[in-house]
Design a protein around this ligand. Structure first.
Ligand SMILES: [Zn+2]
Length: 264
C-alpha cells in the first residue's frame, strides 16, 4: 500500500512538472510591461540654456560681476546634483545633456533623453534645472513644471530604435500616455515635497502643467524644476550663496531619490 500510494504521488508530481514546463509555451500571454513604471536605473540631468542662450539675466549689486545669469546657476546646480547623487546612489547611471557652458537646442535635449535605453524592465527620468524670471519683482519661490496631461506623446516614429519598438509596440498609445502622466505627476510631487521640506520659508508654487518642449518631446518621465526667481531680490540673494546652492542641490537629489524609491 505504501508503494502504491508513493507511486501515485510521484506520478502526480511528474504530471505537475510536465504541466508547469508546458504551460508557458502554450497558453501564458506575456504581460505588457509599462516602461515608465519600472525601477529607475537612469537619471538624465538637463542644465537649462547654455552658450549663446543665457536664459534669464538680472542685475544685482551683490552678484559677482553685478548680475545673475540663469545658464550659469543651472549648470552649477546640475553639477552639484550629479556629484551628490552619484555618491549616494552609485548604482544609478547619471547622464548630463551639457556639462559645460555650451548651447544645446531644445529638440537636441529631448532627443538625447528619448534615445537613451535604460535597459529592459528599467526606466529613465529627466530632470531639467532652471531659474524663473518675472516682470514683477515680487514673484518668488520654486515651482515644478510637468507636461500638460492632454498633450499626447507619440512614442514610435520613423526614428525609433529597436529597443523602443520592442518595448512600446505591444502597449496602446493611450495606455502609454496615461502611464507617463502618472509618473510625471509622481516625480513632480516627490520633488515638490523635497523642496518644500528643505525651504519652508520659500513660496511653494506647486506642480504645474506647462507647454514645455523638453517635457513634451523627451518621451520619458520628466519634470522641470524652477529653483527660484532671478528677478526677486531675496531669491537672487539666496542664489549667490554657496550654502543655498548646496541646499538646493541636496533637495533636488532628495526629490529624485524619493521617486527612485517609489519606483522599486
Ligand atoms: Zn530657463
Amino acid at each position: 500500500m505504501g508503494f502504491s500510494n508513493g507511486f501515485r504521488r510521484s506520478g502526480q508530481a511528474f504530471l505537475l512538472l510536465i504541466c508547469l514546463q508546458c504551460f508557458p509555451l502554450v497558453a501564458t500571454p506575456t504581460p505588457s510591461v509599462i516602461p515608465f513604471e519600472q525601477p529607475v536605473s537612469l537619471i538624465i540631468l538637463d542644465a537649462g540654456h547654455g552658450g549663446q542662450d543665457p536664459g534669464a539675466i538680472s542685475n544685482w549689486s551683490f552678484a559677482p560681476n553685478g548680475r545673475l545669469i540663469e545658464k550659469d546657476l543651472a549648470l552649477e546646480l546640475t553639477l552639484m546634483v550629479k556629484d551628490r547623487l552619484s555618491n549616494l546612489e552609485p548604482s544609478l547611471e547619471i547622464l548630463l545633456t551639457r556639462d559645460a557652458d555650451r548651447f544645446m537646442a531644445l529638440d537636441e535635449r529631448a532627443a538625447f533623453a528619448r534615445r537613451m535605453d535604460p535597459g529592459l524592465r528599467n526606466s529613465a527620468i529627466l530632470v531639467s534645472i532652471h531659474a524663473n524670471s518675472a516682470t514683477s519683482a515680487d514673484a518668488s519661490g520654486f515651482e515644478i513644471l510637468m507636461k500638460q496631461l492632454t498633450k499626447r506623446v507619440l512614442f514610435l516614429d520613423a526614428e525609433s530604435e529597436n529597443w523602443q519598438i520592442v518595448r512600446y509596440s505591444s502597449i496602446s498609445n493611450t495606455m502609454l500616455n496615461q502611464a507617463l502622466n502618472r509618473s510625471n505627476l509622481l516625480l513632480g510631487q516627490s520633488m515638490q515635497a523635497a523642496l518644500g521640506a528643505a525651504f519652508p520659508q520659500s513660496r511653494n508654487r506647486g506642480v504645474k502643467e506647462q507647454d514645455v518642449w523638453v517635457l513634451n518631446a523627451s518621451g520619458v518621465t520628466s519634470i522641470l524644476v524652477e529653483v527660484g526667481f532671478i528677478s526677486n531680490a531675496q531669491d537672487a540673494k539666496d542664489m549667490v550663496s554657496l550654502a543655498w546652492k548646496h541646499s538646493m542641490a541636496e533637495a533636488i537629489v532628495r526629490g529624485i531619490l524619493e521617486y527612485v524609491r517609489l519606483s522599486r
